[in-house]
Design a protein around this ligand. Structure first.
Ligand code: AHR
Length: 519
């Protein structure tokens, strides 16, 4: 059985006192001879919404911009995304998706209507970034597109025609319209979300009403792809956080018609939406409080999966965590509707913990999309005109990308909880391992303790040990972050804290660190 933070033995709960924790070693056994499920690379997916400066001023600067660009896409952003190995990108929202009418974003740019972005600050949406610009970006970077259709304020016909426009190679009205707009061959669009947050900004629906709508949309969304494996993968709009009733209703009513169901869960440092907490002005107690909040993901994934198991024991339906990440107060002086926040070492730790949780549930979690890719919420990249900063979260995604598409290997971990008095107890160490297609074994580790290093004694079963190589991401403060003036303040370094003796590997994890080793 693959390990999870939650599956740590109940006995460890007793160890949640400072004295005992300090005295309890962290011991890990990696079973290289017991391969688990494949870790879907789409767990490392991203999300880009027409919100704030994610698309405009972020990914897209326009062909006439003084900012160096390729056909309107910022060169620096493109370069950073290439290095990140982004597998999947969700677009155009979010809440924006249920207000978006795709025909506004095709054809000559100067003829596209300028509209009011009602969800995000009422700013002008000039529709210069539309279907072609999104799908071309994905194609250029080798990213799988994940398109969210408008259920809240759109029509079935609109959604049906959009799919035809994007994916049909026939001589048909929509395919011909695409050709007239300069794109002969269809794009490959496998992943399709049928609406977003139908319980909220996507239409304030009941689960029953949404399930009926899902049936209608699903009926008319046709498969045009030549290869069966490219057929549309239909993601039903799922629950927020602990709304298990939503998942229960959807699985019961339309579990047979969907390929996936989504889950949204954000980490709010204070636990309060009104005053979420600063992205950079916080101390160690807030750091632990945030980790405690984020670790709720384990319970959400476990319990939604258990409901899915009831209706889908063969695990055909994937759980798609297509919005997650930390949501703090915006940076001072920025438009509150733009959701622009800095990104610190805390966020890097939190990202690694969540990626580990998704990997532990690789049998059910097939996709996750952190919100959002550029300049919004827990972003990979922050931009200021031509300048681009790679955030600590970017570095974690890049370091852990070795797990993408690899086979999960069980890790039995015995680690004490930190003494911090939080609602959800925080394990000192989190770990995840995999073997890639070239046979390389990777082990990623997180030391959640903000102040103390921790030694991990690791035994590897079923594979010979040699001196590992690796990298570490750490900082001297929980709120350390990268700025346009100091873009590499928090960045990965070579790791020399692992030593092998016989079949035992000793790993000295610095305080508040993420380490990835190749064994
Ligand atoms: O990511 C920001 C917003 O959060 C999305 O638009 C919405 O789906 C969610 O509530």
């Amino acid at each position: 059985m693959p390990p999870t933070l939650a599956r740590l033995s109940a006995a460890l709960v007793l160890l949640a006192t400072s004295a005992l924790a300090a005295a309890t070693p962290t011991v890990l056994t990696l079973s290289a001879d017991k391969p688990g499920p494949v870790i879907n690379r789409n767990i490392y997916g991203q999300f880009s919404e027409h919100l704030g400066r994610c698309i405009y001023d972020g990914i897209w600067v326009g062909k006439d911009s003084p900012i160096p660009n390729t056909n309107g896409y910022s060169n620096e952003v493109l370069a950073a995304l290439r290095d990140l190995h982004v597998p999947l990108l969700r677009w155009p929202g979010g809440c924006f998706a249920d207000d978006y009418h795709w025909r506004d974003g095709i054809g000559p740019m100067d003829k596209r209507p300028s509209l009011y972005n009602a969800n995000w600050g009422g700013v002008v949406e000039n529709n210069h970034f539309g279907t072609h610009e999104f799908l071309d970006l994905c194609e250029m970077l080798g990213i799988e597109p994940y398109v969210c259709v408008n259920v809240g304020s759109g029509t079935v016909q609109e959604a049906k025609e959009w799919v035809e426009y994007m994916t049909s190679d026939a001589t048909s009205p929509m395919a011909n319209l695409r050709r007239a707009n300069g794109r002969d061959k269809p794009w490959k669009v496998h992943f399709l979300a049928i609406g977003n947050e139908a319980w909220g900004c996507g239409g304030s629906m009941t689960p029953e009403f949404y399930a009926d709508n899902f049936r209608r949309y699903n009926t008319y969304i046709r498969n045009y792809a030549a290869r069966p494996e490219d057929a549309v993968y239909r993601v039903a709009c799922g629950a927020s956080g602990n709304d298990y009733q939503w998942t229960e209703t959807l699985m019961k009513r339309v579990g047979q018609q969907m390929n996936g169901i989504s889950l949204h869960s954000y980490t709010i440092p204070s636990g309060q939406w009104k005053t979420k907490g600063s992205a950079t002005e916080f101390g160690i107690p807030q750091y632990y409080e945030t980790l405690s909040q984020t670790l709720q993901m384990e319970e959400y994934v476990t319990r939604h999966s258990a409901i899915m198991d009831k209706y889908d024991p063969a695990k055909k339906v994937g759980l798609c965590v297509d919005e997650w990440g930390i949501w703090t107060d915006v940076e001072k002086g920025t438009n509150p509707a733009f959701l622009y926040q800095q990104n610190s070492m805390r966020d890097a730790i939190l990202a690694a913990l969540n990626l580990h949780i998704f990997q532990e549930h690789a049998d059910r979690v097939v996709m996750a999309n952190i919100a959002q890719m550029v300049n919004v919420l827990q972003a990979m990249l922050l931009t200021d005109k031509a300048k681009v900063v790679r955030t600590p979260t970017y570095h974690v995604f890049e370091m852990l990308s070795v797990h993408q598409g690899a086979t999960a290997l069980p890790v039995a971990l015995s680690t004490p909880y930190l003494p911090a008095q939080t609602d959800v107890k925080i394990p000192n160490v989190s770990a995840s391992a995999s073997r890639d297609s070239a046979g390389r074994i990777h082990l990623s580790l997180v030391n959640t303790d903000a102040e103390h290093p921790v030694e991990v004694s690791c035994t590897v079963q079923g594979a010979a040990l040699r001196q590992p190589t690796g990298r570490v991401l750490t900082a001297d403060a929980v709120n350390a972050h990268n700025t346009f003036e100091a873009p590499d303040a928090v960045s990965p370094k070579a790791f020399s804290g692992a030593t092998v003796s016989g079949n035992l590997l000793k790993i000295e994890l610095p305080a508040m660190s993420v380490v990835v080793l190749e064994l």
